[in-house]
Design a protein around this ligand. Structure first.
Ligand code: NAP
Length: 542
């Protein structure tokens, strides 16, 4: 039994917030401005969430910096200067630390504190949260700011423990960095993380083997410094841009909605538009070339084939190019990667692409890796093999209600939520960007702000009305889950074996998790629910 002790502040807390990334920090700030006492518990030894853990070479955001930042404070957005169009991990972490200092949040954050369980007592209406160190915190409300891509997954290859070299996961990268000079490296995985790290590692490594199971679409980032002129002109109209972002499906300004189908225009015109988007850089820009790329397979194929032709033209060896052509999913139905010289990397003499679809990895050996037909000598292995997305970090905490369900049992066949904010049967527990909300299909910071604002207003409403208990109704949840599925089924998204449906985790129920109708529409729904005395939720004062 751990040495349990009730924290001195525990009985005074209004809410416990789990996680100190973008979501947890804003939740803390917002609750405090409303006079609510909150304690943040963070597993990492410092704040930053995703941007604390994902320090792999080349890590940067695929949403533009001037958008991927907090909008709630005019001072913050005016005083911070982003050096690049797409911010590098180190700059985002620096920004997060600046925010925490500027808003004096650190005294309310306990780092190095991993939450292992949370239990709700219906008699006292309190959550008891226990940490891996054996500390116990109590509060009437619990807010999970645990992130959507925060439980890293290393495939269960036999022999990993015997490997004599060094190995890393993109989402658990050492703080001090890794020097790959003069070494033979194997990178496993070609999702966003792999596609970002491969060109950077290739520059250092003596030999780089890229183990690819599924070829992926990627478009150029066209990253560049933000000039003082761009910075100034954006900041002059920052409010305007933020307001515009709120009216978009992605929470990102500066991309006028397309009005035409890709099939409405002549092939030469289409080619010209894709070429222009390719040159401009960015994934939103590319997928927003036409209004039906994510709903019409034929339209999508025009964009998919454009990118395949780009790969054919960049990669010199036709056999390697052929292997790099994505063919198992429509473009954009998995996260469209952004890269800086990814396909070009395969023209380097020290880089070898290994197709582990036709020749799967069988085991890790003491000196490297073995596929069904070949053996590779490696000094280091970098796993860019992804995360147990959207539900992983939530289910990693043993959440239960006394005399009621355990979250893990309730979600055994996939997550069920009302609005992605709460789940029926588990009262007073809010999720920030939970499954069933737009979350990963948007600018995460915009979605986080929308959720935190909604939750903070809700807590204030409950306090004003002396209500101690809020729970999602089962019927509202059922309708919402059906709606989330209907919306997804009208798109091409379910056609991909993506982490959006849990396909990357063996045995995970196949459920489409994000809400893809758009953050603008979703915001209206949430606002209407609140305006109608939290329709679909049961509120009780005792
Ligand atoms: P991911 O997209 O899930 O990609 C994982 C890769 O590992 C895939 O290529 C997968 O192949 C491969 N893999 C997994 N298990 C394997 C196995 N047993 N054998 C061989 N290959 C295996 O993970 P991620 O790249 O970390 O990206 C996750 C998400 O994080 C992204 O979609 C994005 O939303 C976010 N992210 C964003 C950025 C950015 O902002 N620029 C950067 C990094 C990550 P299969 O496809 O065959 O499963």
């Amino acid at each position: 039994m751990p040495d349990r002790k009730i924290d001195g502040e525990a009985d005074k807390l209004d809410a416990i917030v789990v996680g100190a990334g973008f979501a947890g920090l804003y939740a803390l700030y917002k609750l405090r401005t409303k006079g609510l006492r909150a304690q943040v518990l963070e597993a990492g030894k410092d704040i930053g969430g995703t941007w604390f853990w994902n320090r792999y070479p080349g890590a940067r955001c695929d949403v533009e910096s001037l958008e991927y930042s907090y909008s709630f404070s005019e001072e913050l957005q005016q005083e911070w200067n982003w050096p690049e169009r797409f911010a590098a991990q180190a700059d985002i972490l620096r920004y997060i630390n600046h925010v925490a200092d500027r808003l004096e949040l650190r005294p309310f954050i306990r780092t190095g504190t991993r939450v292992v369980s949370a239990a709700f007592d219906k008699a006292t209406h309190r959550w008891t949260v226990t940490t891996a160190n054996g500390e116990v915190f109590q509060a009437p409300f619990c807010i999970m700011a645990t992130g959507n891509l925060s439980l890293p997954r290393v495939p269960n290859f036999p022999g990993l423990e015997s490997f004599k070299g060094r190995w890393y996961h993109s989402g658990l990268w050492p703080e001090e960095g890794v020097d790959f000079s003069g070494r033979r490296i194997g990178v496993i995985g070609t999702g966003s993380s792999g596609i970002q790290m491969i060109p950077v590692i290739a520059e250092q490594a003596k030999r780089l083997f890229v183990f690819q199971r599924t070829a992926n679409f990627s478009v150029p980032a066209v990253n560049r410094p933000i000039t003082p002129e761009v910075d100034r002109s954006h900041k002059e109209k920052y409010r305007h841009w933020r307001d515009e972002a709120k009216r978009t499906p992605f929470g990102i300004a500066g991309h006028p909605p397309p009005t035409r189908s890709a099939l409405e225009v002549a092939p030469e015109e289409r080619e010209r538009v894709y070429e222009q988007k390719w040159g401009t850089g960015g994934n939103i820009s590319f997928l927003y070339a036409y209004n039906d790329l994510l709903v019409n397979k034929d339209s999508n194929e025009t964009a998919s084939e454009f990118v395949r032709n780009k790969i054919r033209s960049i990669v010199r060896d036709p056999k390697v190019a052929e292997l790099l052509l994505p063919s198992d999913h429509p473009i954009g139905t998995k996260r469209l990667c952004l890269d800086d010289g990814y396909f070009e990397t395969f023209n380097s003499a020290n880089v070898t692409l290994v197709d582990v679809r036709s020749d799967p990895i069988v085991e890790i050996t003491p000196s490297g890796l073995r596929t069904e037909t070949r053996e590779f000598g490696l000094d280091d292995i970098a796993f860019a093999t992804g995360f147990d997305a959207m539900t992983g970090a939530l289910l990693d905490i043993d959440m239960s209600v006394q005399g009621g369900p355990r979250l893990a049992d309730k979600w055994a066949h996939g997550p069920r939520t009302y609005l992605g904010l709460m789940t029926a049967g588990i009262p007073n527990l809010f999720m920030i960007t939970g499954p069933g909300s737009p979350s990963v299909k948007t600018n995460m910071v915009a979605s986080i702000e929308q959720h935190v604002d909604w939750i903070a207003d809700c807590l204030q409403y409950l306090r004003d009305k002396k209500i101690r208990y809020i729970e999602a109704d089962e019927s509202a949840e059922n309708s919402w889950v059906a709606h989330v599925n209907d919306v997804a089924d009208a798109t091409l998204y379910p056609q991909a074996n993506s982490w959006y449906v849990g396909a990357n985790i063996p045995g995970k129920p196949r459920v489409f998790m994000p809400y893809v109708a758009g953050l603008d529409k979703y915001r209206k729904i949430c606002d209407e629910v609140a305006a109608n005395d939290y329709r679909g939720f049961s509120l009780k004062s005792r």
